[in-house]
Design a protein around this ligand. Structure first.
Ligand SMILES: [Ca+2]
Ligand SMILES: [Ca+2]
Ligand SMILES: [Ca+2]
Ligand SMILES: [Ca+2]
Length: 435
């Protein structure tokens, strides 16, 4: 066995190559990528990837790959959050992300730039509670930074306990919001803007300038129904709920939105407020819900954002959560988003409390390493060529794992490093079953 190659050396080689690639990419026009979450577990049509779950964030570029790829999955969250309930299993991810936006400060969001809301209250490692009306940023190591709290939002809108189910920061800094349930307000201006009614329907799109008490209704329930009617060229009586919001990347000032109705023409569709209401039009594709998401069935998109796309992020998927017992077959970690036909290094360690360490990167900001340096699997995985894989022409590949090589009864954390781009994946944890 060769002596371990320090991860930082591998990374610096990767960064040199990445600088050349970045120069080549800059001259090409960038398509828009859509990042979304779904409301119910749905299969990906190609069958190449596991089912998409309500907590997963998936990435899709209309009219390009026609396939949905993971961006942040339950398995990533389990590794980043740690064994919160100390039952010995990395099984503590929230069940459902129901709102998604970001502050838009970098060219492509990392999972730590995203602003999220969950469908139910959740408890991170180290205590505290994230409420379903809170908007939070995931922090490396599994804590959450509150960007806007349920208490603030209910205070400025003069409502009671609320659940935010759609959010979008606009370039102006205004934060658009929608609630999961109909909410009663005592705010005089909101009542006035709501046609005299104190009940804000769950379709209502509110605007708030964070840090101030300035709040307004941007679109009433009636406005939303009218825009969807115009888009579908049908008389719609209900859209059930507004569940996703994002700035429209094609029509400055307009807003993309999704609804919870499962009616044909509404489920899986993305609407824009542009022109008084239309189906969104992104990368030359009309997002009317007819299969653009590469999913096995039309799915309600309960969280949405867009950004200038381009290269997929390096992402990992594990077939199942647990490796089989020794002798009963192998499992594999799949990756995509690597630079085609270049080498991906997998780095392992035994899983414990999340202890990320920063990897400053001139191209990607600060990345975080999760495997523990000094752990016996860490040095072994870097030194052993079996933990390297070459990406195919589409940047995909796989790492077969033979469970007999590891002691059972442990959880193993795995992260991938793309040597060509210098990018690292988010970690995943897999459990090795007892013999
Ligand atoms: Ca969801
Ligand atoms: Ca647990
Ligand atoms: Ca929520
Ligand atoms: Ca809503």
């Amino acid at each position: 066995m060769r002596s371990p190659v320090p991860l930082r050396t591998l990374l610096s080689i990767g960064l040199c190559l990445a600088a050349l690639l970045a120069g080549a990419e800059a001259s090409q026009a960038q398509p828009q990528a859509l990042l979304s979450s779904i409301a119910r577990t749905t299969e990906v049509r190609s069958g190449r990837y596991r089912p998409v779950e309500p907590v997963d964030l998936v990435r899709f570029e209309p009219d390009l790959s026609q396939e949905t790829y993971p961006f942040l999955t339950r398995q990533n969250l389990e590794a980043i959050l740690g064994d919160v309930n100390r039952n010995g299993e990395f099984d503590d991810a929230p069940a459902d992300i129901d709102a998604l936006t970001w502050l838009g400060t970098t060219s492509r969001p990392s999972v730590y730039d995203l602003v999220l809301s969950f469908a139910a209250a959740s408890t991170p490692l180290g205590g505290g509670v994230v409420l379903d009306g809170d908007l939070v940023r995931l922090q490396p190591g599994g804590s959450f930074l509150v960007v806007a709290s349920e208490a603030e939002i209910s205070s400025v809108t003069a409502t009671r306990t609320i659940d935010v189910d759609a959010a979008a920061f606009l370039p102006s800094g205004e934060l658009l919001l929608s609630f999961t349930e109909d909410e009663v307000t005592t705010h005089a201006l909101l009542i006035q803007q709501n046609g005299g009614s104190s009940t804000l329907g769950d379709e209502t799109i509110l605007g708030w300038k964070p840090g101030t008490t300035e709040v307004r209704i941007v679109y009433t329930t009636a406005d939303v129904i009218q825009m969807v009617s115009r888009a579908t060229q049908k008389t719609i009586s209900s859209v059930v709920n507004v569940v996703g919001l994002a700035p429209d990347p094609v029509n400055p000032g307009a807003v993309l939105f999704t609804v919870a109705s499962t009616a044909k023409g509404l489920v899986g569709a993305v609407f824009t407020t542009a022109g008084g209401g239309a189906y969104a039009y992104v990368n030359g594709k009309v997002l009317d819900g007819t299969g653009e998401w590469g999913l096995g069935a039309a799915a309600t998109l309960d969280a949405l954002l867009t950004y200038a796309g381009g290269k997929d992020p390096l992402a990992l998927e594990v077939e199942g959560k647990r490796l089989p017992a020794p002798g009963s077959g192998a499992a594999e970690v799949r990756f995509h988003g690597a630079v085609p036909q270049t080498t991906v290094q997998f780095v392992l360690s035994y899983a414990g409390p999340p202890a990320p360490w920063p990897l400053p990167s001139p191209l990607h900001g600060v990345l975080f390493g999760y495997p523990t340096p000094g752990d016996p699997l860490f040095g072994w995985s870097i030194a052993d060529p079996r933990f390297r894989a070459v990406a195919d022409a589409e940047g995909r590949g796989r790492l077969p794992l033979a469970p007999g090589a590891h002691p059972p009864g442990f959880s193993v954390l795995i992260q991938a490093l793309d040597l060509a781009s210098g990018e690292v994946s988010e970690p995943v944890v897999i459990d090795l079953v007892q013999p």
